[in-house]
Design a protein around this ligand. Sequence first.
Ligand code: FAD
Length: 487
Amino acid sequence: MPASPSRLFAQITTAEPPGDTTVVMRRAVVLGGSIAGLMAARVLSDHADEVLIVERDPSDVDGGPRPGVPQGSQVHALLPAGQVQLERWFPGIAEEAFALGAPLPPSDEVAARIFINGVEGLPPKPGSSGPGLITTRPFLEALVRRRTLAIDNIRMVYGRAEGIDFAPSRVSRVRYVPEGGGEPVAVGADFVVDAMGRSSRLGDWLDENGWPKPPMRRMPIKLNYATALYRRDEKISDTWVVVYHTMAGPGRTARIGGINSVEDDRWIMLVAGYDTDRPSRDVADFTKRCREQYPEMFGAIAEYGEMLSDVITYHQADSRRREFHQLDRLPAGLVAAGDAVASFNPVYGQGMTSAMLHASCLSAYLRSNPSSVRDQPAHAYFDLVRVVVDAAWQVSTSADIELPHVNGPYPRGYKITKWFGDLVFRASQTDPVLSKRLNRVTTMLDHPSALSRPSVLLRALRVGLSTRPRAAVATGGASNGHGAARS
Ligand SMILES: Cc1cc2nc3c(=O)[nH]c(=O)nc-3n(C[C@H](O)[C@H](O)[C@H](O)COP(=O)(O)OP(=O)(O)OC[C@H]3O[C@@H](n4cnc5c(N)ncnc54)[C@H](O)[C@@H]3O)c2cc1C
């Protein structure tokens, strides 16, 4: 009997160190050297004589944002399941990050505050993965890059990947134009990973070579982000981490906000809306939004904090997934990972963690099929990846489908799932047991099916009957007793 998605998910999210390594190929080529590509390269280094990463963005990488990852200036949270994988593949990396300036939480009781629909919820309990790693995206990526490129058999070249050659039923070569232009270079490859992000052209390359393209599923979210950095200052606010999320509803506009304490004694602060609710790059607009639409610490930081960057905006039109698992024909030796497979509404912070879990899928695939990875299509890999994508997609789209400008696609059994989801969600705002359960699912430590057990339903019903709804916190600068705005 095939293993259930929840069982597979538990295997994929394991913290177990990788087992014995068997080299099954000469050269693996990874296209794209961001989070997904670096993690895939780390896994492949156990199974290939040589791993070559082809990355088109030659920016001098010093821990700052780079053009190849335009979303890199925005708030990026690494979910606990991602931190587990990071530590699994790069032991000691969190300690290294703290030594390099990633801020350590002020106490074991992590000082995260969560506001959902204007109501302050129970703070998440610290996970088993150690203190939460909270950094900017470029800091994290630079750390992972350093650790990856320190591995003897991994090498990175700068150039724009232009295509893959097939011979005839498997990958044979990768072609790229080296940095600075010139003649395309062709390198032989036993195995190729597409980690070129959400705009990957792999589908077109397959199509041009007579292979089917993976069908694409989209949900049009029309998300608008704006982010700025501030000097962290206890006199202005004792804020460590704040998550603010309001779903659309009677008298409510869907809105997201966040504050993270990050390296170099800074706060990174986000405000975001949907559709026509679009923050601009204008500092006055950013400050006004912080002051009028969010809990008081947003306004205090925006108004009194020292701003260290411009306001940087980002628009994401849709969540999208490429359904590689549906393909009945696929060249041998070819896989995809990270956003090249699925890219979600970023407010749920699933992207980097998903990329890390895809690396775990790759490891499981390479270890369980050592004799066939070069000659057989990687359907088994994509079946594993589907488990991760389905889990993340279910969590993110079940809330996004409620947005007024989103008209589906509605999943089967939508009404009952929504009723049940709302019930558990409301109860989790006051009940620590349900709060923890829900938190483990939204942070990708547990599969969503952990919430559909009868015991969860009964508990949610009991909690729902015994508690009255809680009052919303004030927005618009009114103090709620946390932090001290300087006058
Ligand atoms: C506004 C915003 C906020 C986000 N916040 C979070 C968050 O809080 N937490 C989280 O986990 N995720 C977040 N994400 C998602 C996260 O950024 C992505 O999921 C993650 O970067 C995916 O990594 P990747 O390696 O698959 O792709 P990318 O990071 O997009 O990297 C793709 C790489 O491929 C390279 N490349 C592209 N084409 C070629 C080519 N032809 N040849 C060679 N190289 C090529 C690019 O230069 C780049 O380095 C957010 C995304 C957005 C848009």
